[in-house]
Ligand binder design. Structure first.
Ligand SMILES: [Cu+2]
Length: 127
């Protein structure tokens, strides 16, 4: 009886660890400096790999169309779509092939972009 309780507690601890504490490829840890890029140069390529967009924070200019170039290296189908909710836009990203996504002009502010299940997350900083 006690053994079963202990096993149950261990299982609960494992589940808590798995879902709340273990974060593979958490972008907030290592990429703070290189993850922010200014897109106005036009030649930034956003790599889709290991659960993060790299860079994941992009500065773009307000009031003009923006072209983002994505390069998907993650073969999982979830990474295949990038969604820009504020622009009501979604694009398919081919594997290992650069894909340019043209965004309409956006109002100033922070506009997120994600994959289908929101595991990949990025932010457009428009100003
Ligand atoms: Cu996803």
């Amino acid at each position: 009886m006690i053994l079963i309780n202990v096993l149950g507690l261990l299982l609960i601890a494992l589940i808590i660890w798995w879902f709340w504490l273990y974060k593979p490829g958490d972008s907030s840890v290592s990429v703070t400096n290189v993850s922010e890029a200014n897109i106005s140069g036009g030649d930034i390529v956003i790599t889709v790999e290991n659960g993060i967009y790299q860079p994941s924070r992009l500065k773009v200019s307000a009031g003009q169309p923006t072209t983002l170039t994505f390069l998907r290296k993650d073969a999982s189908p979830c990474a295949a779509t990038v969604i820009f909710p504020d622009s009501e836009l979604s694009e398919e990203l081919p594997l290992n092939k650069a894909k340019a996504v043209v965004l309409p002009p956006m109002p100033p502010g922070e506009h997120p972009f994600t994959c289908q299940m929101q595991m990949y997350r990025g932010t457009l900083v428009v100003n």
